[in-house]
Design a protein. Structure first.
Length: 317
């Protein structure tokens, strides 16, 4: 058997079209039912020809496609940490050995380029893809969930959450308070709960995320105050595309856990969207965020997707 390994380019994508078309469903889909989405041919070509490419490899056996991987730099994370961060933007293979070979080659390439965090989210891919990731050196970084809420349905339930305390629209003067809440408000989250990734780097990512929200990435940020001190916040963005790029962030000073502030911020968040005519809200959360997830389910929201996010740390500090 003749095995050929080569980079991925537009010509290869065109030549492999008969393999790739069903592969979008097998390897590129995330979500369930009507919410299921997959990577398109146009988006895949944009990845392969874009400036963010770090590594690609395709494997053929006797001229028959077996699988390929595309690794891209994560520009925002890299900019915050001033160190290379990357992700497996696409991974598809017909068998475990091919998948493991592709993942191992990706890790080697990431190590050569001093990448400090390489992530992968294989969605609804076959089990052997997940096993290949772990066998090659990835570990579980997060259990990501997508929450979906019919706002007309949950509106009556929102009033059952009492509002106690002081809540208001954030102002530029609140920026540093919001940033510090984000910096220290997440312990078991994706970037801060990984024992192989420095906690201070994870905190820096959440802090800059919040700073961007306050700079205008969010349409609105509501803060909770106790005796004049900002102790929590939540962000809102009406446009779904922008919300996907800069997801909702909700953080609370851990000293106030158990006060119900998170539930009150969830109520205000949903009421903000209802007041602006949104009918269905979709946003990300993590399985480890059990208190807020419990509020979502109590209100009648559902989870429309569940993904494992894998991490690898090719170069450690």
């Amino acid at each position: 058997m003749t095995r050929d390994e080569q980079p991925v380019d537009e010509a290869l994508l065109d030549r492999w079209r008969d393999w790739i078309t069903p592969a979008f469903t097998r390897f590129g889909v995330t979500g369930f039912g009507a919410d299921a989405t997959g990577l398109s041919e146009q988006r895949l070509k944009a990845l392969v020809t874009g400036d963010a490419i770090l590594f690609t490899r395709a494997i053929e056996c006797d001229g028959v496609p077996r699988g390929f991987v595309v690794v891209t730099l994560a520009a925002w994370e890299s900019g915050v940490l001033r160190r290379p961060v990357a992700k497996l933007a696409w991974l598809g293979a017909d068998d475990f050995e091919t998948a493991k070979t592709l993942v191992t080659a990706s890790l080697d390439a990431a190590c050569e380029r001093d990448v400090v965090l390489l992530s992968a989210s294989p969605g609804n891919s076959p089990t052997f893809i997940h096993v290949a990731l772990t066998e090659a050196g990835f570990h579980l970084g997060s259990q990501a969930l997508t929450m979906r809420a019919d706002l007309d349905l949950i509106a009556p339930e929102l009033t059952r959450i009492p509002l106690r305390g002081s809540f208001r629209e954030a102002t530029p003067a609140d920026t540093e308070s919001v940033v510090e809440l984000a910096r220290h408000g997440f312990v078991d989250a994706r970037f801060t709960g990984d024992p192989f990734f420095p906690a201070e780097w994870g905190q820096a990512l959440f802090a800059e995320w919040a700073r961007n929200l306050m700079r205008g990435a969010a349409d609105s940020v509501i803060v909770a105050e106790v005796k004049g001190t900002v102790v929590g916040f939540v962000s809102m963005t009406l446009d779904a595309r922008r919300r996907a790029e800069v997801p909702v962030l909700l953080a609370i000073d851990r000293r106030y856990n158990g006060w119900g502030i998170g539930a009150m911020l969830v109520r205000l968040m949903f009421e903000w969207y209802i007041a602006r005519g949104l009918k269905v809200f979709s946003g990300g959360t993590e399985k480890s965020n059990t208190p807020i997830n419990a509020v979502y389910t109590r209100l009648g929201a559902t989870f429309s997707d569940a993904n494992l996010v894998y991490h690898a740390t090719p170069v450690r500090p």
